[in-house]
Design a protein around this ligand. Structure first.
Ligand code: DOR
Length: 440
């Protein structure tokens, strides 16, 4: 007997993409193959659907505590579930920043009974905690250490080379890094000073050299400290070229936004709503990111879900904050790219399930395999839908993709065997749990 059978779908499994029923017992995958629906208390008819290992978003900013007017753990994880996402890694630039074990514990406590999906929280590196991060990075529910090499939203910053080296030397887990060079950002800030500055200048201020410099420096530090690093939201052709030479030590994330939007068109159409760090750049960089996806250089996707209210975004550039929501639109956008032939469904699944599990050592997640957590994202590859602001559950209430027609849509989200979203509606009560990491 199973608790639930997902019946008649086409499953993306380690064995290939094949017709298979999936039997679930006690939150785990208990059978894969041809199963009789009569053997289960509940069945989901997945005929015509593809069954993916649950999609994991390894970069979101859910704003709690301190900025709940933008988002909180309840609304952010609801948006995740509605978008077909089963687990998230939340970033530390909240108020206060997550820089101590107490702050981490507080987030875990807040998530209990309110999070719709599984979750882990990053500890933010700062000059004050640089020597202690090694002891703290393996605490329960911790995704590891996050470093901001350049200033973005919030006050977290490690721009001193010695401190960065110290942070790299004190821990063992893969260290996630926002790579923009702070000194160059300061030098070039005058380019966006003054009245009536256009947000189209954002990628000029935070130019490709700003990103390349920081990534090159980070890779040297990683090599000398012998520390694994994860370069978040890579945006340039130059960085991809460099990263290809450091495959033993560095992993690579790109965002769906950087794969979808391009300058200058996005700034003309969306203004400050297209402003994020690092910036959306010209189409030639977008093409370099796609090439890196096709050639296996990109390890995972993160949405960098960074909600700000419309009121905040409507401030004149550059007072407008950087960031856009993305956790709910990751799956539909990427399925649209699958349908357009830009990547295969299997590659998408590797980037969002097996990839994150492999990089971060997620215990028993990221594959449709016997004994693994029954995390599943059911998708209708043929569904034609329009992404709208009305659909967005994030407290910010908008998406840069409002009005975009896509082919491919998530129809159900299962977290450890519980159906948390079915046909666009949240189901049951929030029961997300802290993620577990092998070896921690
Ligand atoms: O655009 C961004 N927004 N980039 C970041 O690094 C931070 C994020 C935020 O938290 O708003």
């Amino acid at each position: 007997m199973f608790d639930l059978i997902v019946k008649g779908g086409i499953a993306v499994t380690p064995n290939g993409t094949e017709s298979a029923d999936i039997g679930i017992r006690s939150g785990r995958i208990a059978a894969i193959g041809s199963l009789d629906a009569g053997q289960a208390e509940q069945a989901i008819d997945a005929k015509g659907l593809h069954v993916l290992p649950g999609v994991i978003d390894t970069q979101v900013h859910f704003r709690e505590p301190g900025m709940e007017h933008k988002e909180d753990l309840s609304t952010g994880t609801a948006a995740a579930a509605l978008g077909g996402v089963v687990a998230i890694f939340d970033m530390p630039n909240t108020k206060p920043s997550t820089t101590t074990p107490e702050a981490l514990k507080e987030k875990l406590k807040r998530a209990q009974g309110r999070a719709w999906v599984d979750h882990a929280f990053y500890l933010g590196a700062s000059p004050d905690n640089a020597s202690q991060l090694g002891q703290w990075e393996s605490l329960p529910g911790c995704a590891g250490v996050k470093v901001f090499m350049g200033s973005s939203t919030g006050s977290l910053l490690v721009d001193d080379k010695q401190v960065l080296l110290q942070v790299a030397r004190t821990g063992k887990r893969r260290m996630a890094v926002h790579a923009e060079d702070e000194a160059r950002l300061k030098e070039r800030r005058h380019l966006v000073d003054g009245d009536k500055v256009s947000p189209a200048l954002h990628p000029l201020w935070r130019d490709e050299e700003t990103a390349r410099l920081a990534t090159a420096h980070l890779l040297e530090i990683a090599r000398s400290a012998n520390r694994l690093v994860h370069v978040l939201h890579v945006t340039t052709a130059q960085e991809m070229e460099l990263l290809a030479q450091y495959r033993d030590i560095a992993s690579v994330e790109v965002t769906p936004q950087h794969l979808t939007l391009a300058a200058p068109e996005c700034y003309e159409r969306l203004g400050t709503y297209a402003q994020m760090n690092p910036p959306i750049r010209e189409a030639r960089h977008r093409e370099a990111l796609w090439q890196a996806v096709r050639q296996g250089l990109v390890d995972c996707l993160g949405s960098d879900h960074a909600p700000h209210t419309r009121e905040e975004k409507d401030k004149p550039y550059p007072q407008s904050p950087s960031g856009m929501p993305g956790v709910q639109t990751l799956v539909p956008l990427m399925l649209d790219h699958v349908n357009a032939g830009r990547l295969s469904l299997e590659r998408f699944s590797d980037l969002t399930s097996a990839g994150p599990a492999r990089l971060f050592g997620l215990a028993a997640k990221g594959r449709i395999a016997l004994g693994y957590d029954a995390d599943l994202t059911l998708v209708d590859l043929k569904a034609k839908k329009t992404i709208t602001n009305q659909w967005i559950a994030s407290r910010c209430g908008w998406t840069p993709f409002d009005g975009m027609q896509v082919t491919g849509w998530p129809t159900a989200t299962l977290v450890r065997g519980s159906v948390v979203m079915f046909e666009g509606q949240l189901q049951g009560l929030p029961s997300g749990q802290p993620l577990r990491f092998s070896g921690c």
